[in-house]
Design a protein around this ligand. Structure first.
Ligand SMILES: NC(=O)c1ccc[n+]([C@@H]2O[C@H](COP(=O)([O-])OP(=O)(O)OC[C@H]3O[C@@H](n4cnc5c(N)ncnc54)[C@H](O)[C@@H]3O)[C@@H](O)[C@H]2O)c1
Length: 324
């Protein structure tokens, strides 16, 4: 295979980012899209001059009609599971937007299915390609700040305001609130940069009179005596993402993309980072073509689903399973 033929399920906001990235790859060709919203399909097709591709109301019709090698899933969360199953059953490799599924059981089923079918199953956690997070991961593994002792991870977002009246505040489509949605990236960063297993979880969350939680405050005890605070705040005026990784010899501060390394009694070191050279879509296409390994495999993303489920349970909430 020299060119990977790609179909897209879900043509809302995030699909525009993927289409832009896919069009920069000369080994990928978008062949079809599926979305029950005619308006969203037309917007995507019009914006990127994709008038030559086929469009469908229903993803099954797309999979049955158009020959394709890979599918990109950009739909509401509780639809992911069945759409991945259907795509793999049609022989396609799959890149799923986060979260991979809404329960650990479903995530495990998807991994098994992809393994049996020998298909690539990748999840779109783009921080794995961002120089600042690559720096943090490498610094922690090299012992730049000594043994890690604690992590504080916080995401503030005007999530309540942005999601009012949308599927994101409807639990049967979202599977949860901001933790399940944007918070999934922060859970990803905690697990991927530290490589540690969570042992104990406690959580308080608040819905602020909506149907899903907006704010959640979680404490996690990881292996190796590392403790962490995970603060997801959906009732905020803007996006603000911060992490502090403290170790026995120093700390790494991340503030909206800026990295500062601090050591006791020393001047702060501001890190200039190299430009980004890879992204979720390029790495997915390269993995299908056998050029690189799968950078964000289902096996890893499953751990994000597991911790997310554990957090909701700790707060007394039952996980919402997928629409099948
Ligand atoms: N990686 C990131 O930074 C990032 C950012 C935004 C969204 N996302 C993820 O992308 C996914 C989509 O989010 P979005 O912001 O694009 O939402 P959106 O509301 O803008 O778009 C969702 C689209 O899915 C469509 N849809 C609904 N039911 C469908 C069905 N049965 N089949 C196919 N399409 C269907 C809707 O009509 C809509 O066009 C979610 O999983 C979300 O968490 C990821």
């Amino acid at each position: 295979m020299e060119t990977v033929r790609v179909g897209i399920i879900g043509t809302g906001g995030i699909s525009h980012v993927h289409v832009k990235q896919l069009r920069e790859i000369n080994t990928a060709q978008i062949v079809a899209v599926a979305d029950p919203s005619l308006e969203n399909r037309k917007q995507l097709i019009g914006k990127f001059n994709l008038e030559q591709i086929d469009e469908f109301n229903d993803h099954q019709d797309m999979l049955e009609t158009i020959p394709m090698d890979a599918v990109l899933i950009c739909s509401p969360h509780t639809l992911h599971y069945q759409q991945v199953v259907d795509s793999i059953q049609h022989g396609c490799h799959v890149l799923i937007e986060k979260p991979m599924a809404c329960t650990l059981d479903e995530a495990e089923q998807l991994i098994e299915l992809a393994k049996k079918a020998k298909r690539v199953l990748q999840v779109s956690y783009q921080r794995h390609f961002e120089p600042s997070f690559l720096y943090i991961r490498e610094a922690l593994s090299k012992g730049t700040i000594g043994k890690l002792t604690s992590v504080t991870a916080s995401l503030y977002q005007d999530w309540k305001h942005l999601t009012t009246g949308t599927w994101r505040q409807n639990p049967s489509l979202s599977g949860g609130g901001m933790l399940m949605d944007s918070g999934s990236h922060i859970v990803d960063v905690l697990l991927w940069t530290t490589g540690l297993k969570p042992l104990e979880v406690e959580c308080k969350l608040e819905k602020h009179k909506t149907h899903v939680e907006l704010d959640s405050f979680t404490t996690i005890r990881f292996e190796n005596n590392v403790v962490a605070g995970l603060n997801i705040v959906g009732n905020a005026p803007c996006w603000h993402e911060t992490y502090v990784f403290c170790g026995e010899n120093g700390a790494i501060f991340y503030d909206n993309g800026k990295i500062v390394l601090r050591r006791l009694g020393n001047e702060a070191i501001i890190h200039e980072l190299p430009p980004q050279t890879n992204n979720s879509d390029k790495s997915f296409i390269d993995a299908i073509l056998g050029i690189t390994e799968v950078k964000v495999p289902g096996e890893f993303a499953k751990e994000v689903v597991a911790l997310t489920e554990q957090i909701y349970r700790a707060a007394g909430y039952q996980a919402i399973t997928s629409v099948k």
